[in-house]
Design a protein around this ligand. Structure first.
Ligand code: NAD
Length: 438
């Protein structure tokens, strides 16, 4: 195996995982970030995101001398005398004005490293970027001796290391075949199917995949609404659907709406991408609209359960929230559907106390503002007129539901994830309200 000199720019979920995993595969990796405190912590081997196995891999990489951390992209590129052979861009591409992907960080990094890259280097875009970004990167670089390759990342938060090392596929695209093959070779040990293509196709794979997942979730949420109306059971319906190999069981659970740091921005960016190509992508528009409606529907479930009527007032009604992160197994709050529903409940006048196994009481985060975070689920339930399960943490199933029933003012639980065993909640005296099932 060739040991490559690799620079990774951005040490978030994608960058840190990429850097630590490539070091574990034997490469020499330097990771850069603009956050000076984060770099200092990483130099000491401190990982501040909740990702199984990541801290261990970082510690191993540092100990083996294969993983280093520096402040700023320029330093990463100048870290060794010969410079990096491959530079991975893993920086944020947030939702910008009008829903387009904001590429300003990607572009600023390219400008920062442009004149420092050694001849023959390959710049790899791992951030999720719209079609045309590889071409734009080439224009910004103005370097015929440097290749640009698109290599979208598909890892899931909560299992980032596992997903990186056990990928379903590797997608690499670029106009220079040898550069694309060199990037694909970095993953050769992983034995995953590899799609070698042009840059626009590689860039589109990521959006097409994420939008498909969002569409699947919106579809299931819509079917769950139909189940609510028709008296069918969504769990049985999705089980029956999922045995069909063309459909599969994954991503068939209804919930409070999808969210997280990827699906909302990527569906919006895809709409804008289509719009710019003069194509009205109605399926994606409907996917987003269905999601907005799903969040509102969860609030209506609470309102109806607490007040006994549609349009009843939630003013000063105390609601206990179980789960705030965007999904179980992560401490990421970015675009969390739980917080979106919490914001709607707050707008309706409710007072919110929340518990999440991944969050410490008093944790500060702008999107947490409507919720008082406590460190104990029973404290969140005290005097509540309803509980609402918003994140699918498995441990909520084994809470002491009798103790919760004693703590609340009204024994109502709206289970937006169909997570609990309704029989257990009901035995404890709760009115259990699920999504698409009775
Ligand atoms: P993140 O916010 O967790 O991490 C980004 C890191 O980049 C931060 O540490 C930030 O300080 C750093 N950074 C910002 N500007 C920088 C600069 N100029 N130079 C160096 N570092 C800089 O983001 P993420 O979740 O890792 O996502 C990165 C990209 O990967 C996005 O495009 C995202 O859509 C995509 N992606 C994310 C996931 C995921 O599950 N999070 C999965 C696949 C793809």
């Amino acid at each position: 195996m060739f040991v490559r000199r690799i620079a990774v720019i951005g040490t978030g979920y994608v960058g840190l995982t990429t850097g630590a995993c490539l070091a574990s595969l034997g490469h020499d990796v330097v990771c850069a970030d603009v956050d000076a405190d984060k770099v200092k912590r990483l130099e000491r081997g401190e990982v501040d995101i909740l990702e199984p196995g990541l801290a261990e891999l970082v510690a191993e990489g540092i100990a083996a001398g294969r993983l280093t951390f520096v402040l700023g992209a320029a330093k990463a590129v100048q870290h060794t005398e010969l410079g990096p052979e491959v530079v991975f861009l893993c920086v944020p591409t947030p939702m910008g004005v009008g829903g387009v992907a904001d590429l300003s960080i990607v572009e600023s990094v390219i400008e920062e490293v442009r004149d420092l890259l050694p001849t023959g280097a390959v710049v790899v875009n791992k951030s999720t970027v719209p079609v045309g970004t590889a071409e734009r990167t080439e224009e910004l670089l103005v370097r015929d001796d440097v290749a640009v390759v698109s290599n979208p990342e598909f890892l899931r938060e909560g299992s980032a290391v596992y997903d990186f090392l056990n990928p379903d596929r590797i997608v690499v695209g670029g106009s220079k075949q040898d550069a694309a093959e060199r990037v694909a070779a970095l993953y050769a040990k992983l034995g995953a199917p590899t799609v070698l293509t042009d840059a626009p196709s590689a860039e589109l794979v990521k959006y097409a995949a994420n939008c498909f997942l969002a569409m699947k979730l919106s579809y299931v949420n819509a079917v769950a609404e139909l189940c609510d109306r028709l008296g069918a059971d969504i769990s049985d319906v999705t089980e029956g659907m999922g045995y069909d190999k063309r459909i599969g069981q994954a991503f068939l659970n209804p919930g409070p709406g999808w969210g997280g740091s990827c699906l909302p921005k990527d569906t919006s960016a895809m709409l804008q991408l289509a719009d710019a190509a003069d194509f009205e992508f109605r399926l994606i528009r409907a996917t987003i609209d269905t999601n907005t409606r799903q969040r509102l529907r969860m609030v209506e479930k609470v309102r109806h359960a607490v007040t006994g009527k549609r349009g009843g007032s939630l003013s000063h009604v105390k609601i206990g929230i179980l789960g705030l992160t965007f999904k179980a197994g992560t401490d990421d709050l970015r675009d969390s559907p739980a917080l979106a529903v919490a914001a709607l409940l707050r707008q309706a006048g409710a007072e919110l106390v929340g518990y999440d196994p991944a969050l410490k009481p008093g944790v500060q985060h702008p999107e947490l503002a409507p919720v008082r975070v406590v460190g104990d689920p029973y404290e969140a339930a005290e005097e509540a007129e309803a509980l609402i399960v918003l994140t699918e943490w498995p441990e909520f199933r084994s809470l002491d539901w009798n103790r919760l029933a004693d703590a609340v003012r009204k024994p109502i639980v709206v289970d937006t994830r169909n997570l609990l065993d309704p029989a257990v909640a009901r035995r404890a005296g709760f009115e259990w309200i699920g999504v698409g099932k009775n």
